[in-house]
Design a protein around this ligand. Structure first.
Ligand SMILES: [Zn+2]
Length: 422
C-alpha cells in the first residue's frame, strides 16, 4: 500500500508542475455538478433497487419485488439478508407475514417451509384477530406459538381461554396444549396447577393408574428423584458417592451385605441414629444400597417362587427400587434382633417404639417413611414400615407436615425427574 501511494504521489507531482496553468477549473466544476446530479437522480429513483442489489437479489428478483406494493417492498427491505427471505418470496405471496414465518421457523426448526407458511397464514388470518379480542398481547401470542400449531390456537379461540387462564399451566414441565381441557378439569377440583399438568401427563405417578409408557431417569443423582414403576433408573446407574456410615455410630444387621448410602444420606442417618440413641432407642440398618444387578437377582427369585402378581407386589422391578439410588434404607432395631435370637420369630420393627420414634422424628434428619399402609394405591408398594427414604430436610418436613407421600409432594410441587422414553 505504502509503495503504491508513493508512486502515485510522484506521478501527480510531475503532472501538476507541467499542466497546472492549462486546467479550466470552471468547466470541470460544471461537469462535476451535472454528473453528481445525474447520479443523484439515478440513485433517487433506484434507491430500492440498489438496496435490493446490496442484499443480494438478482436483477430478475429485483424486478419481481419492485412490482409489488410499496408496503410489501418496505417489508422485504426491512429484512437483513436475502438468505432469510428468498424461500418465503418463492413460496408465499403474503409478504406481510415474512417476519412471522421467520420467527415461527426459528421456534420450530424441524418444520418444512411450506408447513410454516400454511400454519402462519391460517393462524394470523383467522385466529390472531380473535386472540387479540381476548386481550392476548403480541408477546403472549408468541409465547403460545412456541409450542402451539393451528389446532391448538383454534382450540384456545373456540374455548375462549384467556392468557391468564392458561399461563400457569404452560409453566409446568410436561405441559402440552392438547391436554388443556383436562388440566382445567383437574384444576377445578384441587386448585393446583402443577398437580393438574403432571397427573394428566404422567397418570401412573399415582400407582393405581398403570403406566402406558416407561421412562428412564436422566438425573438420578437428584435427591428428590421419584423412582417407581414407570420412572426407571438405568441398569448402569450407580451413585458415585456411596459411603459406609460410621460403624462406631451406626449398627448394621449381621445379614446386611451392603450398608452404603450416598454421602449426604449416610451423614444424615448418623445424626438420626445418634438422636434416637439419646432418647433410648437402638436403631439398626437392615439393608441400604442395592445395585441393579442385585435387584434383578432378587426379583427373579421372587418370580420363580410366587405368581407374577404376588412377586410384583413384594419386590420392586429392577430399576424401580429406591435402594439403587443409595437414598433408601431398611431399618430395624436391636429389640427385634434380640427377640429373634430368643425365638420370638414374629417380632417386627413396625410394632416397636423405635419405629414410632422414626415415624415422628425422621423428617428432622431428611428421611420420610416411604411406603405407608394406607397409601399403597398411590405408591404402588404395600405397607413397608421399615423402608425410609432420604429426600433432604426441607422436602421431608413439607412431606411430613402435609401427610403426603413422595408422589403427592412431587405432584403438588411440580417436581419430576428429567426423563426420556424407554
Ligand atoms: Zn426397602
Amino acid at each position: 500500500m505504502r509503495f503504491n501511494r508513493g508512486k502515485r504521489y510522484t506521478y501527480y507531482s510531475s503532472y501538476s508542475h507541467s499542466s497546472r496553468s492549462r486546467i479550466r477549473w470552471d468547466r470541470i466544476a460544471i461537469i462535476g455538478v451535472v454528473v453528481a446530479l445525474v447520479i443523484g437522480v439515478a440513485v433517487w429513483f433506484n434507491f430500492d433497487r440498489i438496496q435490493l442489489a446490496i442484499k443480494g437479489y438478482s436483477f430478475d428478483q429485483q424486478n419481481q419485488i419492485l412490482a409489488l406494493d410499496g408496503d410489501e417492498v418496505d417489508e422485504i427491505l426491512s429484512h437483513d439478508k436475502l438468505s432469510h427471505i428468498s424461500q418465503w418470496i418463492e413460496q408465499s405471496e403474503k409478504v406481510q407475514y415474512y417476519d412471522e414465518y421467520e420467527q415461527y421457523l426459528s421456534l420450530h426448526k424441524d418444520l418444512e417451509v411450506e408447513n410454516v407458511i400454511s400454519t402462519i397464514d391460517e393462524i394470523f388470518d383467522n385466529y390472531v384477530p380473535k386472540l387479540t379480542t381476548l386481550n392476548y398481547s403480541n408477546d403472549q401470542i408468541w409465547e403460545v406459538l412456541k409450542t402451539a400449531g393451528v389446532n391448538e390456537v383454534k382450540h384456545l379461540v373456540d374455548q375462549q381461554y384467556t392468557y391468564a387462564q392458561i399461563e400457569p399451566f404452560m409453566k409446568v414441565k410436561g405441559f402440552v396444549f392438547a391436554d388443556l381441557d383436562k388440566y382445567m378439569e383437574v384444576y377445578a377440583e384441587n386448585q393446583n396447577y402443577n398437580y393438574a399438568v403432571l397427573i394428566t401427563t404422567y397418570p401412573f405417578i399415582i400407582s393405581e393408574n398403570q403406566p402406558e409408557t416407561s421412562y428412564t431417569i436422566q438425573n438420578p443423582d437428584d435427591v428428590l428423584t421419584l423412582v417407581k414403576k414407570g420412572f426407571y433408573l438405568s441398569s448402569d446407574y450407580e451413585p458415585s458417592d456411596l459411603v459406609t456410615p460410621d460403624p462406631d455410630k451406626v449398627k448394621v444387621a449381621s445379614d446386611c451385605d451392603d450398608s452404603r448410602l450416598r454421602k449426604e444420606a449416610a451423614d444424615a442417618l448418623v445424626d438420626m441414629f445418634e438422636a434416637a440413641k439419646q432418647e433410648g432407642y437402638d436403631l439398626v440398618i437392615n439393608s441400604a444400597y442395592r445395585s441393579y444387578a442385585n435387584q434383578k437377582k432378587t426379583y427373579d427369585e421372587y418370580f420363580d417362587t410366587y405368581d407374577e402378581v404376588t412377586a410384583a407386589s413384594l419386590v420392586a422391578e429392577p430399576g424401580a427400587s429406591e435402594h439403587q439410588t443409595g437414598l433408601g434404607v431398611d431399618l430395624t432395631c436391636q429389640a427385634v434382633i434380640d427377640d429373634h435370637l430368643n425365638g420370638i420369630t414374629n417380632s417386627r420393627f413396625g410394632y416397636k417404639p423405635d419405629y414410632k420414634w422414626c415415624v415422628a422424628n425422621s423428617y428432622k434428619y431428611g428421611f420420610i417413611l416411604r411406603y405407608e399402609e394406607d397409601k399403597a394405591d398411590i405408591t404402588g408398594i404395600a405397607n413397608e414400615p421399615w423402608h425410609f427414604r432420604y429426600v433432604g430436610k426441607e422436602a421431608a418436613k413439607e412431606i411430613f407436615n402435609n401427610s403426603w407421600t413422595l408422589e403427592e409432594y412431587c405432584l403438588n410441587k411440580g417436581v419430576i425427574p428429567d426423563i426420556q422414553e424407554k
